[in-house]
Design a protein around this ligand. Structure first.
Ligand code: NDP
Length: 306
């Protein structure tokens, strides 16, 4: 596919980072002209990621579904001197909002370098497993990321530094959580397509409607959320295959159990710690940047094939 090539612009200059940064971040291939978009960034890991990327000197678009919450979050970062943080409203569960955001982005920026699909919902407390909101969970966590990615694909910069899609996912959506062997085989198959993934999601929602979801081999913990992330992981694999060698990478990142609203403040790490890892993965030097990988927890070295 000729859409992205590695030789169309000069590689950005490399400078040394301050010593406190993790080694991967010390190879500074990016500049202020490098543009990142982060979804669901008014709080939690998304907000921390915007802060981290802006601190590192990128131009970052903080997006949020609520104008006031998002605007205040961006303003709080600009007040810290992070003047290259921009804000736009974006509700990833609403295709009209996605279209409006892409138009806004086109009017303000010439190209996109990094897309972090971070926005997500979950309606269960730690030990609950209701699927009452399954449609909304799937619509936000899977379709929201997918539709936004597709709408922004033409905007990725043609650059040797390689465009990056980082999908913030969860190990709850790993293929080994699926107990239905046919489903597991389909997800691991080399011929996996978007149609397969959408059929899987449709079949889950049908099981929810019929009340049969508990007996069909779906993941046992936070089932609707796990299926949404399973679909997101699978979609990342399809993207990675489609754009392999074409200047665009697609990876997933599980931040691990992190203290945010989603976990009711419980967790083993802070959002800033999770964002440090997320930023490291998003900014891996072009020559070390894999595609189609699932990065787990705090150690960006541990990664596995999707
Ligand atoms: P938070 O609940 O703190 O943040 C979620 C963000 O997503 C909020 O900004 C929320 O906005 C936003 N959001 C929700 N729905 C939409 C929508 N339709 N459009 C745009 N934005 C939306 O959770 P985390 O920071 O913990 O979650 C960030 C990511 O990390 C998620 O993808 C999550 O699945 C993943 N993750 C988190 C883990 C954890 O332990 N915390 C573990 C594994 C994965 P609003 O404030 O308006 O609700």
């Amino acid at each position: 596919m000729a859409m992205f090539t590695r030789s169309q612009t000069q590689m950005e200059s490399r400078e040394q980072e301050p010593p406190s940064l993790s080694p991967a971040l010390s190879i500074r291939w990016w500049s202020k002209e490098t543009v990142a978009v982060v979804t669901g960034a008014n709080k939690g890991i998304g907000f921390a990621l915007v802060k981290k990327l802006a601190h590192l000197g990128l131009t970052v678009v903080l997006t949020a579904r609520d104008d006031e919450r998002g605007g205040q979050a961006a303003e709080s970062l600009r007040a810290q001197g992070l003047v290259d943080v921009h804000f736009s409203v974006l509700d990833v569960s609403d295709p009209v909002s996605i279209d409006a955001f892409v138009s806004w982005f086109r009017n303000h920026f010439t190209a996109l370098d990094i897309l972090v699909n971070n926005a997500a919902v979950s309606f269960n407390d730690i030990h609950e497993n209701s699927v009452d909101n399954a449609e909304l969970v799937v619509k936000t966590n899977f379709y929201g990321s997918k539709l936004l990615t597709e709408a922004l694909l033409p905007m990725f910069r043609r650059s040797p530094s390689i465009g990056r899609i980082l999908n913030v996912s969860s190990r709850l959506g790993s293929v080994n959580k699926v107990r239905n062997p046919n489903m597991g085989r389909m997800l691991q198959g080399e011929d996996l397509t978007e149609e397969h993934i959408e059929a899987m999601v449709g079949s889950f929602l049908e099981d929810v409607r019929k009340g049969t979801w508990k007996s069909q081999g779906w993941p046992e913990v936070w089932t609707d959320y796990a299926v949404s992330k399973l679909a997101l992981n699978a979609y990342t694999k399809v993207l990675a295959t489609r754009y392999d060698g074409c200047g665009l990478s697609a990876n997933c990142f599980c931040p691990g159990f992190t203290q945010t609203s989603m976990t009711g403040g419980k967790g083993t790490r802070t959002a800033d710690e999770a964002a440090e890892v997320g930023a490291t993965i998003a900014l891996l030097p072009p020559e070390n940047l894999p595609t189609g990988k699932f990065f787990m927890g705090c150690n960006p070295v541990i990664n596995s094939k999707l």
